[in-house]
Design a protein around this ligand. Sequence first.
Ligand code: AMP
Ligand code: ZN
Length: 114
Amino acid sequence: MVDCVFCKIAAKEIQSKIAYEDEEVVAFHDINPQAPIHVLIIPRKHIASLNEATEEDQSLLGKMMLVAQRLAKGLGVAEDGYRLVLNTNRGAGQSVFHIHLHLLGGRPFRWPPG
Ligand code: AMP
Ligand code: ZN
């Protein structure tokens, strides 16, 4: 197995505050939240970034979006609005190379992002 912090979170080898999990996807609260709600949605499958995803991952990527939508509703931010962010590679701010969708909510967000 790759030495990957998010694979270890999915395997419960590293502790996290899990918000949702099933056989394919895990969602947990970000350790350094950038908003009142900041949850990371990851596949259990190790995919380093969106650049490494393939056709085979199509339904998994779609599922991550729908899990984010359900969490946003459950955490009470769906109506006011929330932001999904998927940083890809260092230039975009990716620091953990296991694909993850940020769900941010609970405060206003500006556009364009920084
Ligand atoms: P990114 O910069 O898009 O790669 O996002 C990585 C995110 O993972 C950051 O927001 C970190 O705060 C978060 N993070 C890193 N390690 C952990 C951890 N052990 N538990 C929860 N979140 C983490
Ligand atoms: Zn991984």
